[in-house]
Write a protein that binds this ligand. Structure first.
Ligand code: ZN
Length: 198
């Protein structure tokens, strides 16, 4: 199929196909859109991609994406007694938008999934346990309402509760099948306010 395109165009289509949710058709559309852009725009896009990749790092404390470690949330004047555990950096963004939470975060970068061969060691659980200290009074589990999310919540609560730290989870306002990153702010605010002890 690709032999019908000049080589550089075939390469560009292949590049766009690396993105999640982008199939061959959409990749072709994007590639043709690039060809129509002026040079400055193309340079802006390619620079933005390589700069983001080279300059974004992970906070060594909370494991969130950041441009420095510790990140602005860990470094700032947040309530250090609470740590909210989420799956993905996108969840932090969704929760920050509610303006309802003033504590810290911890990003696991996934959930335990025996089906996909993801064990507790493959996600940032060790890093979470390492940062718990006398200051920590509450761990809020805000994982997505999937089977894997539930199992990971249970696993974490079993690990953390014996340390005499309160473990809560956000309320079921975030319903089954709705990922936190897609939940609207009002729903997330309700879920945060109505968190329950587990
Ligand atoms: Zn951080």
């Amino acid at each position: 199929m690709s032999h019908i395109y000049p080589k550089p165009l075939a390469k560009l289509i292949e590049a766009f196909e690396s993105f999640p949710g982008i199939g061959r058709k959409m990749a072709q559309r994007l590639a043709f859109a690039v060809l129509k852009m002026d040079d400055e725009r193309v340079e802006f896009i390619s620079k933005a991609i390589s700069k983001a990749k080279s300059e974004i790092t992970y906070c060594e404390t909370c494991c969130n994406l950041a441009d420095a470690s510790p990140c602005t949330i860990c470094k700032g004047s947040r309530d250090k007694t609470m740590i909210m555990v989420v799956e993905d950096p996108k969840d932090v963004i969704a929760l920050e938008k509610t303006n309802e939470y003033s504590g810290l975060y911890h990003v696991l970068h996934g959930v335990i999934s025996p089906m996909e061969g993801i064990s507790p060691d493959d996600i940032k659980i060790k890093e979470l346990l390492k940062r718990l200290n006398d200051q920590t009074s509450e761990i809020i589990l805000a994982l997505n309402p999937t089977i894997e999310g539930e199992a990971t919540s249970l696993y974490l609560s079993r690990l953390i509760k014996p340390l005499s730290i309160k473990v809560t989870r956000i309320a079921s306002g975030v319903s089954v099948g709705t990922d936190i990153e897609y939940a609207d702010e009002a729903t997330l605010t309700r879920a945060l306010k109505g968190r329950i002890l587990i």
